[in-house]
Every structure is written in structure tokens, then in C-alpha cells.
Design a binder for this molecule. Sequence first.
Ligand SMILES: *Cc1c(COP(=O)(O)O)cnc(C)c1O
Length: 413
Amino acid sequence: MNALTVIKEAEKNLHEYFQELEEIAYQNGIKVLKAFQNHRVRDTHFNSTTGYGYGDMGRDTLEQIYAEVFESEDSLVRSRIISGTHAISACLFGLLNPGDRLVSITGSPYDTLSNIIGCGDGAVGGTLIKRGILYEEVALDAQGHPERENIKAILSKKVKMVLIQRSRGYSLRPALSPEEIKDLVQLVKKHSPSTIVMVDNCYGEFTGLLEPTGVGADIMAGSLIKNPGGGVAGGGGYICGKTPLVEQVADYLVAPGLGKELGPSLGQNRPMYQGFFLAPHTVLQALKVAVLAAYVFGQHGYEVYPRWSEPRNDIVQTIVLGSGQQIKDYCQLVQKNSPVDSDVYLEFADMPGYADKIIMAAGTFVQGSSIELSCDGPLRPPYCVYMQGGLTYEHGRYVLAQLVEQIILKNNE
Ligand SMILES: *Cc1c(COP(=O)(O)O)cnc(C)c1O
């Protein structure tokens, strides 16, 4: 059997499921379109400001559009926010004061956040814990689901903020659905109404019809080189939430009293608009690639998370390969078949913010963009790759055909 036959067989069986995903992209695409129309977007919005960035209509209108689409009161969408980690970090440092308690209620947070909080092994200065913020975690249960009773118990203490991570990150647990997030928000608000519910929404945007702020989260953050940048934004991050919270974070990022009114767009408005317009479609491409990967690897006996037919609430596809060498081979094939840096040789290496050595395939137009087809894995058991993105389904399909040939069929010979 050749690789393309495997792919075509898979596609026959995935046809109906792909249609369901297309319907989600359709509805989200229309929602974004309507928001553009409601805010009367004109090409003058793509003009740029410099210096202080006062009166940047394009920037302000885009923030209103994000707020409308993500059903939040206000938002901050800036190219000066470097990454998802930066956006989340700004929320934590902007909203927490010494003596406040932060509780992660979905187990250990994403690798780069453990440094910010100060709960990792890295000797970093200026962490939340070093600044006097109290930090606790409520572990997930054995199946990777939040433990309601333990969350309830910890809320008997004074908790300023709970942190929920929607995506799986570098773990095998399932991503949380908007309904599960809603359930957690209600649990927290019932037992501690004043606790701020903050969601790390990285990789979750547009995978379903609802976002965390639409189901009651007070604030959420994400990266523009992931889903909402649509593969077009050259960088940036967003924060959406209740107005006073967004303003407080803006004041932290700029200076007290200056906040949202400052910030030149420096030529980034047009790609940020265009990327947001494309985002539901781009996320669809990424989801279809992920489902196809889950299907072909799953059918050939690999452990995959999620399986093709399981619900998806992020764009990440995990495939357990079982050894560092296999991770390296897999990532190298993804790199080799990328449009950019296709001749780069990959190695496991230390990366800022990560405790284990990491290998990353990112032959991308925007450096490190993981809404573009990319793949990475930490050098630690159970030795999995986390694959995500894909600007076009066709590219993902081609790369998967190479992976089927070089990894699956070769090992079965
Ligand atoms: C990607 C990601 C982040 C932030 O990572 P950056 O590379 O800094 O954008 C945070 N949390 C989760 C779950 C992520 O997937």
C-alpha cells in the first residue's frame, strides 16, 4: 500500500466529520464578518500610527471587533505583546498583588508559565512567588479532568484568581470544552464570587462556537502567532475580558493612567485585521490536518490524543512515538517538507522557558508561528510529538503522506 492510498482511504471515512468542522468554521467566519461590518471597517483602519500612537482608529476598532467576536466587554490586541506567555504574564502581574492567592485549577500550567509563577526548577528572578504572591495548584484527576471537590475545597481560602488552561499544552490530558469551562466558572463564582477567573486560551480560539469569555470567564489571553492571527499577523497577543480588568492590564503594560490609549500600530493593523478575518478558515485547515494525523496514526496502532473522533477544543494533535529518536525523525520530516527553512537540520536543545530539551519543527513564514504547520516535542517520556497548525489542508496532507511513508509504512515493513 502506498502513502497516498492510506490518506485517501482516511479521507473517505473522515468526510462527514470534516463537514462538521466546516460548519463551525462557517459560523465563526460569518460572526467575524458581521463584526467587521458592524464596526464599518474601512481601508483607512489599516493606516498606521507611530510614536505614542494616540488616536489609532484601526487599533481601537480591531479591539472592539475582538471584544464583539469573543463576547467580552473589552480587549487589548497589540503587536507589542510578544507571545502568549507575555499576554498571560501581563494579566498575572497586572492583576495580582503581594499577598494575593493564585490557584491553577487545571493542574500544572504550560511549561513557560511555571517560570513566571516561580514554581519551576529554573532560577529566575522577579517571579510571582518571589513578589509575594501565594500560589497553589489543584491537580487534575487520573483522566485529566478538573477535580471539582478539590477546587471547591480550596475556595474556602481567599483566592484572588483561578487560572484555567484550555489547551493540553505539553501534556496528554484533553483540552477543555467551552461547556466544561462554563461549569468551572460557575463552580468558582458560586463558592467565591469575587475570584477572578482567568483562562489561558492559547490554541483554543475558533475550534468551537464559544470562547471562554462568552461563558463567563472574566479575562482570557492568547497569541496572534496561533489561531486568531490567522497565519497572517506578524506577531502579537490579545487579552479579552471585563473592562476594569483589561484596563488594569493595559496600565501595567504601559504605565498607570496611560493604558489603552497609547501604543502605535507601526504598520501592523492590516495584517492583524486580515488575519482575524481568515482565522476561522485557517483554524479549520489546522483541525483537518490534526484529524487526518490522528486517523492515520491511530489506525496504525499509535496512541494519539485526541483520537480522530473525539471532541477537539484546541488545534494540538499528540502522537506518542516512544523514543527521542522517533520524535526527531518525525519533526525532521515536517521541517523538510516546509515552505521555509526546509534544509535545516533539527536537534534537541534548551529553550528559554522550558525545563526539558525541546525539538521544534517550524518551517514558517512568521518565526515560531504554530498556526503554521509545526511540530515539537520535549525530550521526556512518554516521548510524544505535539503537532499543530497548517495554513492549507493541502500542505498538511502532503506532509502526512510523507510521514505515513517514512514513519508508519517503513516501521511496518
Ligand atoms: C503556546 C502556549 C502558551 C504560550 O506560549 P508562547 O509560545 O509564549 O506563545 C501558553 N499556554 C499554552 C497552553 C500554549 O499552548
